[in-house]
Write a protein that binds this ligand. Structure first.
Ligand code: COA
Length: 334
């Protein structure tokens, strides 16, 4: 990404929300052939959060944005654009962005949803940056929000233990100080990944029917082993690539902020970059894989704990269905 604009896009506020209800690993032991020990050792997950069955993704996104707006101390009417990374929109249409605009009374904002699965936040952030660089937008909210419990088959031990519900949001604004903000992004897709990670039902290929319900096509399917191998390689490669491309050494990186799908993928990524685990933002143990939510929730929590400082280099990295993957280099601005 070569930014020829007279300013950079910087993150100026963060916010997040996770539901109160905690589902620990023992919950699954009660009815599935699994164990707390297996889940912890193979994934790094101890517990995850679950939203009420009749509450939609937008509820969490609204809470995350309200948290962000409070942290920034601005009015919602100042927001120009809302981009929502999600695979679990409230409904196919209207977009969740429209629902957020209405519910938050963001009277001056337009918005849209962006679908890139676990890379939803990274892809949305990179998209939002372009609107700021163009000079046309001054305050853009990017929210990653997913209610994975709405598309997880609770009888499938291969997938249901992995996912959780949550939302995180960041605010982007222009800065004339080109040393700070979103400095670079590398984004990739490989459509060959479809067969290993997908949800086949509900779209125009397989519209909802009794048959799609019976075949459980409205749930996440994952060939875990294949996806695991691809994720390790792709996320590690792209994280290393953005670091070297920008002449940043591992010593200079304050935090790797990886998508939280599996602790072993995260560890491999950190190793490849030569980064110690104390410089890796983690929330997988308590929230599992919240898809678009993992990265912004991490950043928001670490910031709220006072662990992120002006001048810190952050490398955000993700891998997900598509396949989609990528990394973003940030120099923290506040
Ligand atoms: N409890 C107990 N056993 C389980 C289990 C569970 N919850 N889930 C799967 N198993 C079993 C499998 O059925 C398999 O049994 P088998 O050998 O008799 O068939 C065995 O454990 C080993 O499965 P395997 O797939 O080799 O385990 P793994 O080490 O790959 O771990 C995942 C499984 C899903 C945790 C891992 O593959 C993974 O994290 N994949 C990638 C996830 C990801 O990055 N997604 C990207 C974006 S969402």
């Amino acid at each position: 990404m070569i930014n020829k604009a007279p300013f950079n896009a910087m993150i100026t506020a963060v916010g997040h929300y996770v539901p109160d209800r905690v589902i620990d690993n023992k919950y699954y032991e009660e009815y599935l052939d699994t164990s707390d020990e297996w889940i912890k050792s193979r994934t790094g997950i101890t517990e995850r959060r679950k939203l009420d069955a009749d509450t939609p993704t937008s509820f969490m996104a609204i809470k995350a944005i309200e948290n962000l707006i409070k942290n920034r101390g601005i009015g919602i009417d100042e927001i120009d654009l809302i981009i929502v990374g999600t695979v679990t929109p409230d409904m196919i249409f209207p977009s969740t962005a429209c629902i957020l605009q209405r519910e938050l009374k963001a009277v001056n904002a337009w918005g849209f949803d962006l679908l890139a699965a676990c890379s939803g936040f990274i892809f949305s952030l990179a998209t939002a940056v372009q609107f700021v660089h163009s000079g046309s937008h001054k305050k853009v909210i990017v929210v990653g929000a997913d209610k994975m419990s709405s598309i997880s088959n609770m009888e499938d031990r291969n997938t249901c233990i992995l996912f959780g519900d949550g939302a995180g949001a960041v605010l982007l604004e222009p800065t004339e100080d080109k040393e700070y903000g979103i400095l670079d992004s590398i984004l990739r897709v490989d459509g060959e990944g479809e067969k290993y990670l997908h949800m086949l039902g509900g779209g125009s290929l397989n519209p909802p029917s009794l048959e799609t319900i019976e075949k459980k096509m409205h749930y996440v399917y994952q060939d875990g082993k294949t996806v695991f191998k691809e994720a390790v390689k792709s996320m590690a490669d792209v994280s290393y690539e953005i670091m070297t491309k920008n002449n940043i050494t591992s010593d200079q990186v304050s935090y790797l902020v990886p998508h939280q799908a599996n602790m072993r993928i995260i560890t491999a990524c950190a190793e490849r970059m030569g980064i110690s685990m104390d410089k890796v933002m983690l929330n997988i143990h308590k929230y599992g894989n919240t898809t678009s939510g993992t990265i912004p929730i991490c950043i928001s929590e670490y910031w709220q704990e006072g662990k992120v400082k002006k001048g810190d280099y952050l490398i955000l990295s993700s891998f997900g269905a598509g396949y989609t993957w990528g990394s973003i280099l940030v120099k923290w601005a506040f």
